[in-house]
Design a protein around this ligand. Structure first.
Ligand code: TXA
Ligand code: MG
Length: 331
């Protein structure tokens, strides 16, 4: 990394693709190898509070309280960028996203680099984020210098990106630290940014279709028993017609047929690996059920909606589900 190499490394959220923050040619290469749009900024990873002040200026007290509570951990704070940080890191913005990752290998790498490490997720742009070293190699083998293998990531979805540069903090991307957790420290629940048509997005990454598997993902929302019923029906329908299909998060039932809520943390941890597994198995239709959008469930639902080719709501009016290359199914 000191000589401009790119090293992928594990964090508690997903694997990152790291470059030393003071090597502009390496920062440029990150965009090239990922196929990342030039206007999508990178997150800077730090290993100490001293490094926070090397990359950001005018850090408000509320940001320090959040850092104290959640770092190391899955929270990226958007702050005014220090002039020494190359503009390339922030894709030209005057701000910078910073976080301290909760993983010993990530911390050791940053310490060895001697400077903060800029790192997006270590996937090709638009692909599901990598949660194992193997996922990184699926996308980037031959294009990067190394990957540190730290086993599977424990959180499984990316960090929460919180903009601290306005009058109130705003969640730009839901992630590993929930809105409820932030509220407990801030004393109020921060707003969640929603894209406004015709207005520049606050977080450039929000405008891209992300996390997409190669198969068509159909997200099924509505009451638990109805969505489970539809997911099963669709699965049988596709399989009976020779279309490779998978149901990635089937609701579980107890002995009396009652729904047992899946642990959202487990669903978050498995989500990207499931999507990649479907791709490797040649699955053309991926059925995913809605989960409650609270806690880390908000991040899971955000990723599922972005990955979805189609969202089907059951329980309201009848709708038709398009079936690739086949008829439609009435639900
Ligand atoms: O958990 C994570 O955040 C992982 C690990 C490796 O730390 N990293 C990650 O990076 O997910 P990436 O590049 O895939 O996503 C960064 C997100 C993008 O949506 C980007 O637009 C936003 O953070 N972002 C970065 N810098 C920003 C800034 N200065 N202002 C607004 N949004 C920013
Ligand atoms: Mg990413």
């Amino acid at each position: 990394m000191r000589s401009g190499g790119l090293v992928a490394f594990p964090t508690e959220t997903v694997y990152g693709l790291g470059a030393a923050v003071d090597r502009p040619e390496a920062l440029q290469r990150i965009f090239t190898v990922k196929g990342r749009p030039a206007d999508n900024p990178l997150i800077v990873h730090i290993a100490s509070m001293d490094q926070l002040y090397q990359v950001a200026v005018a850090v408000p007290g509320s940001a320090l309280r959040l850092a104290e509570r959640f770092w190391p951990g899955p929270l990226s704070l958007v702050l005014p960028r220090a002039p020494e940080v190359p503009a390339l890191v922030s894709a030209g913005l005057s701000t910078v996203a910073v976080r301290m990752p909760d993983h010993p290998a990530a911390m050791a790498l940053i310490e060895a680099a001697g400077v903060p490490v800029a790192a997006p997720s270590a996937n090709l742009s638009g692909r599901p984020s990598p949660t194992t070293a193997r996922h990184v190699l699926e996308d980037l083998a031959g294009k990067i210098e190394a990957v540190l293998d730290g086993g599977p990531c424990v959180v499984g979805v990316e960090s929460t990106v919180l903009d601290m540069t306005g009058p109130e903090p705003v969640i730009l991307r839901p992630g590993g630290v929930s809105r409820e957790d932030l509220a407990a420290t801030l004393g109020f629940a921060p707003c969640v940014a929603r894209p406004v048509a015709g207005q520049a997005p606050l977080s450039p990454g929000m405008k891209y279709r992300h996390y997409s598997p190669r198969g068509r993902l159909i997200l099924i929302t509505g009451p638990p028993n109805r969505r489970r019923h539809l997911a099963r029906r669709l699965l049988r329908y596709y399989l009976s017609r020779g279309v490779p299909a998978a149901h990635i998060n089937p609701a579980r039932c107890g002995p009396a047929g009652e729904e047992i809520a899946e642990n959202p943390m487990v669903l978050a941890r498995r989500l990207y690996a499931e999507l990649r597994r479907c791709d490797l198995a040649g699955i053309r239709v991926i059925l995913a059920e809605e989960i409650p959008a609270c806690g880390i469930g908000a991040a899971v639902m955000n990723r599922l909606r972005k990955a979805a080719a189609r969202v089907v709501r059951v329980g309201g009016q009848a709708s038709r589900v398009p079936v690739i290359g086949l008829n439609t199914v009435r639900v």
